[in-house]
Design a protein around this ligand. Structure first.
Ligand code: PMP
Length: 411
């Protein structure tokens, strides 16, 4: 992350994002909520518009040129995503997002292969979307959910995790980059341990795919889930990477058009992967937009993005220390893009509301990680999260806003 890469031209980059030029409460918008969703560059917005204006047709159906071209573009983006993640196109399933990708694995792999008494291990820092689907499938199959502990600093306790692995462990599911704390988990090591126990490994990459160069082959994982909207792409489109042999063995999870080989009244056979998992008309424009988003990401380079965000997070961490009574939540040495904090005497929601009046958009709440916050003894935190387009000036605006909060609440 600290290797020498050409620095980003952030001022130029920002010009690509129309929304970053808008105002909030009469002040220039300081958007520090990219962990929730990233803003979109013109190239993505234009690509989606062009698709609807000139290229729109359903895929896999028509013999006419418009449909054949839409199908070719859809397939091209699948290959594009495969390249982005270090996989093959057959291993890339389009979904609505990370949440749906994880539910797909839980309902297809989980219901297909989990038996009563089997164990699923997740970490204590999972987003609800990498916890609740496992609760559901545990209830459906009689499998048991085990929770790997985290330290007070917000790091995975690797020994505690390893101690949970037994011959009964069938699946390990872990977040790559925590949306609530910014912690980067040692996924390669976690995967090695999971595999040594004979378990399948799923990675929640919702936050890592936008900030770290991901290579599923290097990580060694069996499943990797991510969302287009956090990666400068449109909402409603996401990706599940699944190792081919696993996808081939898994039963479909939704039935309908496009996922079949042949259908009779009483039974059907399935299309090859990945179509087996893509029932119905997919989000074609979303896929096309995701392709443009990946082109955009690659044009700036994830290494340059990671270096810029690393520098910015370091600067922000240093500067918020100037705010009396502020405590950073999540102090793992390996962190990226997320700065969660609490302020003595001020509820995070009030912090968020006062910052909003200053034009600074941060998130306040449990960040869909209620059990984690409970573990850390907090009802909520305020969270600033960064993307390639954020600047030191914006960090300064955040700190000025926080000093304002301090004035309102005293101390
Ligand atoms: N996991 C993590 C770590 C996330 O940050 C998010 C989004 N906040 C999700 C899963 C769910 O992603 P989506 O809502 O796009 O399905």
């Amino acid at each position: 992350m600290t290797t020498a890469v050409a620095p980003l031209d952030v001022a130029r980059l920002r010009e690509e994002f129309p929304l970053l030029g808008t105002t909030a409460h009469g002040r220039p918008l300081v958007y520090l909520d990219s962990a929730a969703t990233s803003q979109k560059p013109r190239s993505v917005i234009r690509r989606i518009t062009r698709f609807y204006e000139r290229e729109n047709a359903n895929i896999h159906r028509g013999v006419y040129a418009l449909s054949a071209d839409a199908t070719a573009e859809y397939d091209r983006v699948r290959a594009r995503v495969a390249r982005f993640l270090g996989a093959t196109p057959e291993e890339i399933v389009f979904t609505r997002g990370t949440t749906e990708s994880i539910n797909l694995v839980a309902q297809s792999w989980g219901r297909g292969f989990l038996r009563a008494g089997d164990e699923i291990v997740v970490t204590a820092m999972e987003h609800h979307s990498n916890l609740v689907p496992w609760q559901l499938v545990a209830e459906q199959t009689g499998a048991v959910l085990r929770i790997a502990p985290v330290t007070d600093a917000g790091e995975l306790d690797l020994d505690g995790f390893a101690a949970l692995l037994t011959a009964r462990t069938r699946l390990v599911a872990a977040v790559h980059l925590s949306n609530a704390l910014g912690t980067i988990n040692p996924i390669r090591r976690i995967t090695e341990l999971a595999h040594a126990a004979g378990a399948v490994m799923l990675v929640d990459g919702a936050q890592s795919a936008p900030h770290l160069a991901v290579d599923v082959a290097a990580l060694g994982c069996d499943f990797f889930a991510c969302s287009g909207h956090k990666l400068f792409g449109p909402t409603g489109i996401g990706v599940l990477y699944g190792r081919r042999e696993l996808l081939e063995r898994m039963p479909p999870w939704q039935g309908g058009g496009d996922m079949i080989a042949s259908v009779e009244y009483q039974r059907s056979t399935w299309a090859p992967v990945p179509q087996k998992f893509e029932a119905g008309t997919p989000h074609i424009a979303g896929v096309v937009g995701l392709g443009a988003a990946l082109d955009f990401v690659e044009s700036i380079g994830l290494d340059a993005v990671a270096a810029h965000e690393h520098e910015l997070l370091g600067y922000a961490t240093e500067r918020v220390a100037e705010v009396p009574g502020l405590r950073v939540v999540g102090t793992a040495p390996m962190k990226a893009a997320v700065l969660s904090f609490v302020m003595e005497g001020a509820h995070p929601h009030d912090v968020g509301t006062i910052l909003d009046r200053e034009g600074v958009a941060v998130r306040a709440g449990h960040h869909c990680c209620q059990p984690l916050l409970r573990r850390l003894g907090l009802p909520a935190t305020a969270r600033a999260s960064f993307a390639a387009y954020n600047t030191r000036d914006e960090v300064d605006a955040l700190v000025a806003g926080l000093l304002q909060v301090r004035k309102v609440f005293g101390g």
